[in-house]
Design a protein around this ligand. Structure first.
Ligand SMILES: Cc1cc2nc3c(=O)[nH]c(=O)nc-3n(C[C@H](O)[C@H](O)[C@H](O)COP(=O)(O)O)c2cc1C
Length: 162
């Protein structure tokens, strides 16, 4: 995120879904009606509404995207609409299949998926015995240029909305 932020006119913030801590979707009505019963949904709606675009960063799980990501997007509907969206995936093979699937979800939400996606391959050399990254900067260094491109794409996409 620091690399994307460097010299950018945009302001990037990290939203960690583990911290947002949504339950499994528990709204009785579909999100498109925008009649939210639960405060956690209203809070999530305020958060998502406050951003102009999104870079979704997620691992590939069994050729798809992780369930908590789908759960989080399904809580809302119009809050996502028309906003530019970029996928950044990571995994032992990078995550192209998960990105392709999630792109369809972005289309369903009427977001504006940006071209391509960034795929980060995590190798055995990147992780320790507990599969934790040994050195985030070293793993990310080969992708710095592509990260700068994401920022350029996002700046361009957001011009249309200003
Ligand atoms: C349930 C599960 C399924 C996975 N499936 C894939 C996969 O299909 N392709 C891939 O490249 N990596 C796959 N991986 C590897 C993960 O993408 C990789 O371990 C990643 O670092 C996990 O990120 P996390 O620690 O944020 O969950 C899988 C990992 C898990 C736990």
């Amino acid at each position: 995120m620091n690399v994307a932020q460097e010299g950018s006119p945009l302001s990037y913030e990290l939203i960690d879904l583990a911290e947002v801590n949504l339950p499994l979707l528990d709204e009785p009505l579909i999100a498109a009606l925008h009649q939210y019963e639960h405060e956690h949904t209203r809070a999530w709606s305020r958060t998502v509404s406050s951003y102009g675009g999104f870079v979704f960063v997620f691992p590939q799980y069994n050729w798809g995207y992780p369930a908590p990501l789908k759960n989080a997007v399904d809580f809302l509907y119009s809050e996502w609409r028309d906003k530019p969206a970029k996928c950044v995936t990571y995994g032992t093979r990078g995550g192209s299949k998960g990105a392709a699937q999630f792109r369809e979800v972005l289309n369903g939400l009427h977001m504006r998926p940006l071209d391509d996606h960034l795929e980060i391959v995590i190798t055995d050399d990147d992780v320790d015995g507990s599969w934790q990254l040994k050195d985030l900067d070293a793993t990310m260094r080969p992708y710095w240029e592509q990260t700068r491109t994401i920022d350029a794409q996002m700046v361009e996409a957001l011009k249309d909305t200003q």
